[in-house]
Design a binder for this molecule. Structure first.
Ligand code: ADP
Ligand code: ASP
Ligand code: MG
Length: 407
């Protein structure tokens, strides 16, 4: 008998019929003799709806109150799923994050899980219950409700699997696995049988929202085998696992992209030591993440300094930088929210030369101008105009032969 954590995303619990179908899947797993802990998201669209309601009152709602609001979505689905299981004769217990409890740090809206007390969960399982835990939420040391950032139910599931030393963590969603790129953008994308933790971590942090980045960190750190599967059809899905369990790595395993990007240029700043820190210090002090950075060579002792931030932080960053530019004697601050980041990811890059050159050639062929470049051992990212996103993803997908079966 195994212990299995199953997570169902928003579309998978989008209406009563689908919640009934989830209950059937849980029953089938029980019938096979396994203990089951289920994690559910809010019904699809619900979290967006709640965010919108909050913003109708205040464009920057108080983070604590926003968490109190957003956590209600998952509270609805845990109760409904418990009722569905009861009506099918299965004992089931719904638990909110604070009832488990799932303890987090105090960072409202993007809290990190610090500790999970499995005592109540284990007792309920031992008593024959299916335990249903609300995804995306926890409780901080003040007893206040926190949420884990958008897509956080994945992290709840993997963290529970780690804490309970579950045999498997199955993430049921609206695609039948992890693909070489988002199948909604490239119809020729191919489902991967396996992907390494490292590659999935890069893919997620570069924008592939099929798993929340932090869930992959948990999986990697605690060696939790994670399988991404479809709620709607049976199939093998994709196993996220360690490198030694993967066959020889292709040069590039996938293409990721992110629309949540904006570019800021501080124009004609005096080129002297300390300038990067003078510009970026106040930005990071405001808890804004800076990603790709580009500093041009100077002319007449002045240089342009360009970097990207998340689009959601753009207005705040611009306000800070207008002040900084004035102090530094820069000519201007320019912003551009019409950009995206497209990345090629693969552990095989470590041992293959020329990936960057192929990538740049493919984009040149499509007449796509590269505005910024950033690389690491296993990824190459380019910043381009948003209107070229789909074209760039398809061109790179084809250049790296991703539509064909891995050889
Ligand atoms: P859930 O609500 O189940 O958590 P999400 O919408 O968060 O589902 O994640 C699933 C979506 O991730 C898919 O519908 C797909 O559009 C998107 N996606 C992005 N990149 C990939 C990828 N490489 N493979 C599969 N899906 C991807
Ligand atoms: N309901 C939350 C969201 O929409 C968490 C999740 O679905 O994972 O972001
Ligand atoms: Mg998700």
């Amino acid at each position: 008998m195994a212990l299995i954590v199953q997570k169902f995303g928003g579309t998978s619990v989008g209406n009563i019929e689908r919640i009934q179908a989830v209950a059937e899947r849980v029953l089938a797993t029980r019938a096979a003799g396994h203990d089951v802990v289920v994690v559910v998201s809010a019904m699809s669209g619900e979290t967006d709806r709640l965010v919108k309601l909050a913003r109708e009152i205040d464009s920057q709602p108080h983070p604590r109150e926003l968490d109190a609001l957003l956590s209600t979505g998952e509270q609805v689905t845990i109760a409904l799923l418990a009722m569905a299981l009861h009506s099918k004769g299965q004992m089931a217990l719904s638990l909110t994050g604070s009832q488990v409890p799932i303890e987090t740090d105090a960072a409202h809206n993007k809290a990190r899980i610090e500790r999970i007390d499995g005592t109540r969960l284990r007792a309920a399982l031992a008593a024959g219950q299916v335990v249903i835990v609300a995804g995306f939420q926890g409780i901080n040391q003040h007893g206040d409700i926190t949420t884990l950032g958008r897509g956080g139910s994945d992290t709840t599931a993997v963290a529970l699997a780690a804490a309970l030393q579950a045999d498997e963590c199955a993430i049921y969603t609206d695609v039948d696995g992890i693909y070489t790129t988002d199948p909604r953008v490239e119809g020729k994308a191919r489902r991967l049988d396996r992907i390494t933790y490292e590659e999935m971590l890069e893919m997620a942090s570069l924008g592939a929202k099929v798993l929340q980045t932090r869930s992959v960190e948990f999986a990697m750190n605690y060696r939790v085998p994670v399988r991404v599967l479809s709620s709607f059809q049976d199939g093998p899905g994709t196993l996220v696992t360690s490198e030694e369990n993967c066959m020889e790595a292709p040069r590039v395993s996938g293409i990721a992209f992110s629309r949540n990007e904006a570019k800021i240029t501080v124009v004609a700043v005096p080129d002297r030591p300390g300038i990067a820190s003078a510009i970026l210090g106040p930005v990071s002090a405001a808890n804004i993440n800076v990603d790709v950075i580009l500093q041009n060579i100077s002319e007449d002792g002045k240089t342009d300094f360009t970097f990207t931030v998340e689009r959601s932080d753009f207005e705040r960053a611009m306000n800070i930088l207008r002040g900084v530019a004035r102090e530094l004697g820069a000519d201007d601050v320019r912003g551009d929210t019409g950009i995206v980041k497209v990345s090629a990811v693969g552990v095989g890059m470590r041992s293959h030369a020329g990936i960057a050159a192929s990538m740049f050639a493919a984009l040149a062929q499509e007449n796509i101008n590269i505005q910024m470049i950033s690389t690491s051992e296993i990824k190459i990212s380019v910043v381009i105009a948003e209107k070229y996103l789909e074209l760039a993803v398809r061109a790179l997908h084809s250049t790296f032969g991703l539509e064909e079966a891995a050889s």
